[in-house]
Design a binder for this molecule. Structure first.
Ligand code: HEM
Ligand SMILES: *[C@@H]1O[C@H](CO)[C@@H](O)[C@H](O)[C@H]1NC(C)=O
Ligand SMILES: *[C@@H]1O[C@H](CO)[C@@H](O)[C@H](O)[C@H]1NC(C)=O
Ligand SMILES: *[C@@H]1O[C@H](CO)[C@@H](O)[C@H](O)[C@H]1NC(C)=O
Ligand SMILES: *[C@@H]1O[C@H](CO)[C@@H](O)[C@H](O)[C@H]1NC(C)=O
Ligand SMILES: *[C@@H]1O[C@H](CO)[C@@H](O)[C@H](O)[C@H]1NC(C)=O
Ligand SMILES: *[C@@H]1O[C@H](CO)[C@@H](O)[C@H](O)[C@H]1NC(C)=O
Ligand SMILES: *[C@@H]1O[C@H](CO)[C@@H](O)[C@H](O)[C@H]1NC(C)=O
Length: 323
């Protein structure tokens, strides 16, 4: 069914134009145009995750970065060209790997339905399916209908992706600028329950906190000593440590336990305790059930940031290059 036909049908059924504009995401957007799309992506994602347990963290982070730069439009997946340095090359210490796997997922979908499913949707679905793999049930709902952007700029990535050195004010400002609030900030930071951080993203806390060779007083001293055994100097960008030690491959709410123990890896993690309101939210999320519910809702909000829909943008044929 074409988009126009959908809108007509929608108006007939609901009688309200407002709920029927083509410009928003919806459940099962590909139901008629590529009925197997979501299943193909899920199966292929699970195959990859079974072989590489680090993929859930990579995909989740890549989806976050996609959404925070120009909206969730797949721009993070584009490669640099002779004339343009793309988002993915923004920060050498970013290491948002897994791009090749996304390209592979897209190729699988293209085989069945060429030019129908956007790379932005492939990424959003893959992130959900990868994180959900061990649970055998989707942890959050992913609405679809995103289209792909054609622009990816290194400068925009640098300006929009929050730094691990951020204080609470800077973090909140970043999230607010994306239409998210303090609750989303604390809940989505829970994504750090899986994955790793490279030494150079936090070593200033160990060796040069205020520029006087000292340690960050808000970091648990015992844990700091341990981290020093892992990260020998400020410029080490190859060694990495789990962000949630002990369960770095398990998606759970243990991140908040870690943060409460002053063992949050980044200054941005520790910053969640620096504000009364956010500290209260950290405490609430120590309840596992609450965390899963809240995370699902916040991911839906994050997945809707600045989406390109309707007739804007394009459906890329290959995720690393515009059509
Ligand atoms: C609140 C602001 C945030 C900051 C400052 C931040 C910063 C970082 C940094 C510095 C790393 C380590 C990268 C490396 O050294 O390889 C990282 C990893 C990660 N981040 Fe965040 N992040 C933030 C929010 C989020 C959000 C909202 C999500 C998703 C919901 C997320 C998911 C992840 C994941 C899963 C990893 C691990 C990646 C991997 O192991 O490959 N982060 N983050
Ligand atoms: C795109 O860039 C990635 C690195 O981000 C690289 O591994 C890949 O080979 C590039 N693909 C093409 C087709 O240039
Ligand atoms: C790069 O820029 C030059 C000069 O502006 C232009 O001729 C060329 O077509 C551009 N190449 C690409 C790949 O956009
Ligand atoms: C690590 O740092 C070195 C030296 O500054 C640099 O040449 C290299 O590109 C960096 N590697 C990564 C993965 O950031
Ligand atoms: C937080 O960081 C911002 C930007 O780096 C800075 O301007 C501000 O002074 C900091 N706020 C506090 C309370 O340290
Ligand atoms: C990358 O590393 C540099 C130097 O260690 C640091 O200033 C910058 O904030 C880091 N950026 C991210 C996003 O990790
Ligand atoms: C420590 O930080 C100060 C101030 O930012 C800087 O001037 C100095 O070069 C840093 N030391 C090292 C070893 O990087
Ligand atoms: C920092 O540590 C890394 C990893 O141990 C090592 O490869 C690098 O040479 C060290 N750099 C300096 C300046 O000591």
């Amino acid at each position: 069914m074409t988009n126009q036909a959908f809108i007509l049908l929608c108006i007939v059924v609901f009688g309200v134009v407002g709920t029927c504009h083509g410009g928003s995401l919806r459940k099962g957007y590909y139901k008629y145009t590529c009925p197997d799309a979501e299943e193909i992506i899920k199966k292929a994602t699970e195959k990859h995750v079974a072989n590489d347990p680090t993929l859930p963290a990579r995909f989740l982070r890549t989806h976050f970065h996609d959404c925070f730069v120009r909206g969730c439009d797949g721009s993070v997946l584009l490669n640099s060209t002779t004339n343009n340095t793309a988002e993915k090359d923004a920060i050498p210490n970013l290491t948002l790997a897994g791009f090749d796997v996304i390209d592979d997922l897209k190729a699988e979908v293209e085989k069945k339905c060429p030019n129908v499913v956007s790379c932005a949707d492939v990424l959003a679905l893959a992130a959900r399916d990868a994180v959900s793999f061990k649970f055998q049930t989707p942890l959050w709902e992913v609405l679809t209908g995103r289209r792909d952007g054609r622009i990816s700029r290194i400068s925009e990535a640098l300006a929009n992706i929050p730094s691990p050195l951020s204080n609470f004010t800077a973090l909140l400002r970043s999230f607010t600028s994306k239409g998210l609030n303090v609750h989303d900030l604390v809940v989505l930071s829970g994504g750090h329950t899986i994955g790793v951080g490279h030494c150079n993203t936090f070593s200033n806390r160990l060796y040069n906190f205020t520029g006087r060779s000292n340690q960050d007083p808000s970091l648990n001293p015992t844990y700091a000593s341990f981290l020093k055994t892992q990260c020998e100097n400020l410029s080490d960008n190859t060694t990495f440590v789990p962000m949630d030690p002990g369960s770095a491959l398990t998606f759970d709410n243990n991140y908040y336990v870690t943060v409460k123990q002053n063992k949050g890896l980044f200054q941005s993690d520790a910053a969640l305790l620096a504000n009364k309101g956010s500290r209260k939210i950290v405490d609430e999320l120590l309840d596992s059930k609450k965390f899963f519910t809240e995370f699902a809702q916040a991911m839906k909000r994050m997945g809707a940031i600045g989406v390109v829909t309707g007739n804007e943008g394009e459906i890329r044929k290959k995720c690393f290059v515009v059509n």
